[in-house]
Design a protein around this ligand. Sequence first.
Ligand code: ATP
Ligand code: MG
Length: 449
Amino acid sequence: MIRKLFHRAVAKVFRRAEPGRHSPATIPATRHGIRREQVSPGARRTCETLQKAGHRAYVVGGAVRDLIAGIEPKDYDVATDATPDEVRSLFRRSRIIGRRFQIVHVMQGAETLEVSTFRAAHDEDTLKDEHGRVLRDNVWGSIEEDAARRDFTMNALYYDPARETVLDYHHGVDDLKKKTLRMIGEPRTRYREDPVRMLRAVRLSAKLGLAIDPGTRAPIREMGKLIDNVPPARLFDEMLKLLFSGHAVDAVHRLRDEGLHHGLLPLLDVILEQPMGEKFVMLSLASTDARIRADKPCSPGFLFATLLWHEVLADWEARKKAGGLPTPALYEAMDAVLDQQAEKLAITRRIAGDIKEIWALQPRFEKRARRMPFRLVELPRFRAAWDFLVLRADSGEIGRELADWWTEFQDADNERREAMLQPETGKKRRRSRGRGTKAQEDAGGGGEA
Ligand code: ATP
Ligand code: MG
């Protein structure tokens, strides 16, 4: 009892001395509901090793949140008062990564744990850009400071596998149980420090089925423009997380409700305003969601190919109207759309290559005479291109018949395939030897479509 009083007195002094310092609620297992065995063995072992060496160590962030919400975490983060060098010396299979703020990757069996040292709060010395965006933070701090610089209350929970308790500095467990996503601190300041938090608010609320607290939600509409200042590579990572969350349809609806689809994703801007484009994108996101939830692989190339397709169609149409030949016009349209988006979205060259392959194969589905279909089904990208064709049919952009024909053709035996072929249409195929590239011939099947 006396010890408790003493601790309270000390805590009070500290609280006065350090602005923003809160003493945490210690939540027992009966209330947070996490059983130790649910936590990955690697995360438990990492905390144990650190604690045995005299350090504080907790599972932190998204994993604790997800476990309380009944979702299996994707990965585990550990927070500790040990410095990166100290962490490194305790684990044979570990390496320090990051230049500005070092963290340690600890390998435990097939798992990789991200171990970070408690970070300090921002102060007047923190380097920011002219909009208030934090450019650098590389100072170690206390666990209280570490909690305060996290984004949402439910992301500032520290699970101690040894004691099976959760330290909760900002009423995150309550918020999570009330299904409310709430920013820690003053939302406007926190969005200025890092505008990506607006996207995180939308993504996490969709993932966990939460309502965004009104005070956290209101500024998003006014401050959405700040996302323009975020480096493209970071934006791209965040968009990938959103699109591959398994809740992309919901997340995109929420983005639109918050007015965030404007400027954020130029592709969403245009597409969501054309009825046909919107239907196509939503079907594509719904199929991605279904695949993710069924643990099937999804490629960014395919998804971005669908997101950008209606822009390619519009651009292609304009070029053909201006007198361009179909195949070269398609290639020009593809490059124009990708150039414009790649800059903003930091689409890598590899992904851009995948996208183009899927697009370039589309006109070839029209050719159902002679040997063309036989050649097409053998191409490595046939499956992806056919999936894409089916989505086009589902959205009403093209007739069902074409997609159904290819669905049947690919599974048919040789005899049936021969019987399915369509008669040659009048004029002879023009030879295109010496003209165009191999890829162009693959796309257009030689000559003009
Ligand atoms: P998920 O992994 O499900 O996408 P997450 O919340 O775990 O969601 P991470 O990017 O893995 O997201 O971040 C881990 C933790 O780091 C978060 O839970 C949060 O505490 C903190 N964090 C991440 N991004 C930010 C940010 N932009 N501002 C403040 N804290 C952040
Ligand atoms: Mg995470």
